[in-house]
Design a protein around this ligand. Sequence first.
Ligand code: PEP
Ligand code: MN
Length: 272
Amino acid sequence: MEKRENTKEYEFSNKRMTDIKISVGDALFSNKNFNIIAGPCSIESEDHIFELAHDIKKAGAGILRGGAFKLRTSPYDFQGLGKVALNYLVSAGKKENLPTVSEIIDVRHIDYYADLDMIQVGARNMKNYTLLRELGRGDIPVLLKRGMDSTYEELLFAAEYIMSEGNSNVILCERGIRTFENYTRNTLDISAVPALKNFTNLPIIVDPSHSTGRSELVEPVSLGAAAAGANGLIIEVHKNPSKALSDKEQAVTPSELSNIVEKSKKIIEVLG
Ligand code: PEP
Ligand code: MN
């Protein structure tokens, strides 16, 4: 990219890595691949995640997500089932042959994630540099979400905190930023996808669920992200969204997921 004269040149080590390939179980992430991660905002029981894992596999998504430790705005809302839910997630993933990912909220929990294929750092922890450094000392791939008030530069430096400790398996995620608009939960910054590609070769995925907060917007926004060059999507799914214990307004059903998978693959094919 042509840099304007007053734009600072930052040295990002991830830009120097040209051929990035990140294995998340059997799924391969790179700046040329497209993967769909799907699952519930929160794992509600063992049966819940086992049934949903089956539906997600059938819908054609390649990676299973499920929340175990949740960071909720209100301390009185469901906080997740905790450690036991990670065990359910790993078992459900094994049964359906799907790699797994879940969000970490506390550096003291790192050992709980040893059997997962990827660890998510949520928007609220993007600047938790102690956590990022600790994840950098391991080798499990990290899905790093952009903070809701963070610039591209801050996101790239957050990735550097992980990579500078030795773990170069980092996947970036645009999940919407805070703006004055309140019809949607956040505002998806679609420009982040092509713009970040000027600075990094790390894969970049989009979260249409938290960016819109509305299930009916998840499909069109997913297709827009695929067209903009995203390397994947992370989508919240529930069999019965109105009964979900968290983020019920934005959950799509397994059959809606199946449509998204099919249509986004068509877009990827058309665009090569
Ligand atoms: C999530 O993925 O469940 C989540 C809480 O997302 P974010 O950190 O983007 O808000
Ligand atoms: Mn959620």
